[in-house]
Design a protein around this ligand. Structure first.
Ligand code: DGJ
Length: 666
């Protein structure tokens, strides 16, 4: 029996009201009828394909933050145990669910499907929204009604999982998704590898939702007494539309889903990949290219694995840079790509068996024509990867930040470490190996700030965010496209997790698009601000605007990074503008961003109604990051009630192409 929705309903009321609550929590192959898909399927040691689960135990416990419910089920014939967990948080409307599978059969069994969770939804005008994209074009919200048949959202990269389709989903229960109204269930699969989100709509008044690791690449061979734990599936519920669901997820992420950043804010970061140091920044990060001895990293076709300083480029080593940073009062960070190797490297020469590969088959090589993936199922490889960070940190305790990149997919499904009969387990053990390493790093270096990066936003997922402070949103730093990318990303991720950098103009990746520096700053300032500009190439105007942006950002940062997000106007709605705002819990401080995303003569721009304010309170508006050399617009200094701002709204002067405004409300 099951129900997920408004808390005030009791099961008795629901039943009296005609609801059919007789759903299986975890439909099992061998028990389910012909209509329902299984959420769990095993093949027993003797070849039997059936699982007939009955509940044999129930336990519950509670602590300050959550209540845990554990249902233990066993097969009627063979000694297989499946525990289903539900963890309900007290301060936020989120339930996490997952399962544990174990057995006492004589030999290994095969897990053919092992979803983290399953929900039965009443059939109706139900829509789904998920994030779809590509490299440098991540996270476009894609929305569609559920119709009869099976809808599957999946990923097959192996190492990263959020470039194309992301492992999160919004399910809108009251018709076409709205930003501020309607019941929404958000589902987040906390896993960094291949996954499947499935919704099966049958003729039986039901949408069946399933989420779990993709079994195609990873039917798992489970030994007797081995415990298999699935990733957690976090389910958030809101009656305030997509926006409410996002705020619920952000709140959960800040307390449960991310490493210690939580309500902390991130520093203004200056990254060397597309640019370097600048006054007012707080953290300098040296990106790719600093390493390699026998094989210097002069392009992307060599050296991954050889994590020694290239003395030709940095004769004084890393310490010269950490000292220089310290003298300037800024922190120092460094880029690594630890799970990867180039076949042109000393590591490859020494340990060719450490790469994922299959004997006799040609080694497929990725980026630069030579990149391969290390075999993280091998504990020695895990030690090596832990050692990369440990050596850097031991030799340079001043390193405050690590950008952890991953620029290759798993293309060679073979491990020389795992025995023949465990090759099926590569996908899962690889990600578990990665998490083992990250746990060791976090245990030893809890204060190190780490960015989760994978060719841009390839690893924006809650499988890895428990070990990272933030992620790199996209390799696309074109501010216009970033308005769209950041808008989509905000569906599931809070602003202090989103690394957003001011990029160059003309921008290399969008055909040389030229965007004014004021717009570029304003777009980056709505997350964790950073910069990828090369100072030697910056104009005076860029220099002056960035100086002002940094100073103003420091005033706005607490609200932007840890406030409640309200998406006011979507760039996808083609209203000429896109607008978002953040307000703090006390509703006495808010920051409002407005971006003009297209421009034509006689264009009717919307009056923008604000949100997240106290209707009874008065707010005075201060324009921030004003275009250098210009005066603030006429809204500056005006005072309005929260009620007026939310019910009537304001008209924002946006005259030109790429006009943008940032307002602080107090
Ligand atoms: C991909 C990242 O997304 C970039 O920011 C940069 O770090 C490059 N890799 C370096 O190779």
């Amino acid at each position: 029996m099951g129900y997920y929705g408004n808390k005030s309903a009791t099961l008795q009321q629901l039943r009296d009201g005609g609801a059919d609550l007789n759903f299986s929590a975890l439909p099992a192959f061998g028990t389910v009828d012909a209509i329902h898909l299984p959420a769990i399927q095993v093949q027993h040691a003797d070849g039997d394909l059936n699982l007939e689960l009955k509940v044999t135990d129930y336990q519950t416990s509670s602590d300050d933050r959550s209540q845990l419910h554990i249902f233990t089920m066993t097969d009627k014939l063979l000694p297989v145990t499946v525990k289903v967990f539900y963890k309900a948080y007290k301060n936020v409307d989120v339930i996490e669910t997952w399962t544990e599978i174990s057995h006492k059969e004589k030999r290994a069994i095969t897990l053919k499907r092992f979803d983290s969770g399953h929900l039965t939804l009443r059939q109706g005008d139900v829509w789904i929204s998920h994030l779809h994209g590509n490299w440098a074009a991540e996270t476009e919200p894609t929305t569609e009604p559920l119709t009869q048949g099976l809808k599957t959202i999946r990923n097959t990269d192996g190492a990263r999982n959020s470039h194309l389709d992301a492992p999160e989903l919004m399910i809108s229960l009251d018709g076409e998704p709205q930003e501020t109204t309607g019941r929404v269930i958000a589902a987040i699969l906390c896993w960094s590898g291949n996954y499947e989100l499935r919704i099966n709509t049958t003729g039986h008044r039901q949408h069946q939702f399933y989420a779990g690791i993709d079994p195609m690449s990873s039917e798992y061979v489970l030994e007797p007494n081995e415990l298999f734990e699935t990733p957690h599936l976090a389910l958030a519920y809101s009656e305030d539309g997509l926006g409410g669901a996002s705020r619920t997820i952000h709140r959960w992420a800040r307390t449960e889903g991310m490493f210690h950043r939580g309500m902390k804010t991130g520093d203004i970061l200056l990254n060397s990949w597309e640019g370097v140091v600048f006054d007012g920044g707080e953290l300098f990060v040296m990106d790719d290219g600093w390493f390699g001895d026998k094989y210097p990293r002069n392009n992307d076709s060599s050296s991954l694995g050889d994590w020694v300083v290239d003395k030709r480029k940095l004769p004084g080593g890393i310490s010269t840079l950490t000292q220089a940073a310290r003298q300037r009062g800024i922190k120092f960070g460094i880029w690594i790509e630890p799970e990867m190797c180039n076949t042109v490297s000393e590591l490859y020469e020494k340990h060719p068996d450490w790469m994922l590969q299959t004997k006799g088959r040609e080694l497929k090589q990725g980026r630069g024509g030579t990149q391969v993936v290390l075999d993280l199922t091998n504990p020695k490889v895990q030690d090596f990867i832990f050692g990369i960070v440990d050596n850097l940190m031991t030799q340079n305790p001043d390193i405050a930040y690590i950008k952890w990149d991953a620029n290759a997919s798993i293309q060679n499904y073979g491990s020389l470490y795992l025995p023949k009969d465990k090759q099926n387990n590569i996908s899962i053990l690889w990600h578990r190996g990665l998490i083992n390493v990250l746990k060791r790093i976090r245990a030893k270096y809890p204060d190190l700030v780490m960015q989760d990066c994978a060719s841009g936003g390839g690893r924006a997922n809650y499988g890895l965010l428990p070990y990272f402070d933030e992620f790199w949103v996209s390799d696309n730093n074109d501010a216009l496209q970033r308005v769209y990318i950041q808008y989509g990303t905000s569906y599931f991720f809070p602003a202090n997790a989103m690394a957003q950098h001011i990029g160059g103009s003309p921008y290399w990746n969008t055909g040389g698009r030229v965007i004014p520096i004021k717009f570029r700053c304003d777009v980056a300032m709505s997350g964790r601000l950073g910069m990828e500009l090369q100072p030697r190439h910056m104009s005076q105007e860029e220099h002056d605007q960035c100086t002002q942006a940094f100073a103003d950002y420091k005033l706005l940062r607490p609200v932007v990074q840890t406030g409640n997000l309200y998406r006011l106007i979507s760039p996808y709605n083609r209203k000429g503008v896109s607008s978002i705002m953040f307000s703090n819990d006390a509703m006495d401080h808010a920051v409002w961003f407005v971006y003009k995303v297209d421009n034509y003569v006689d264009q009717p721009l919307p009056r923008i109604q604000l949100a997240g304010l106290d209707p009874e309170r008065s707010y005075t508006i201060t324009e921030r990051n004003i275009k250098v050399g210009q005066k603030p617009c006429e809204l500056n200094g005006k005072t309005f009630t929260g009620r007026f701002l939310m019910d009537i709204g304001l008209e924002v002067p946006l005259a030109s192409d790429y006009a943008s405004r940032i307002f602080e409300l107090k």
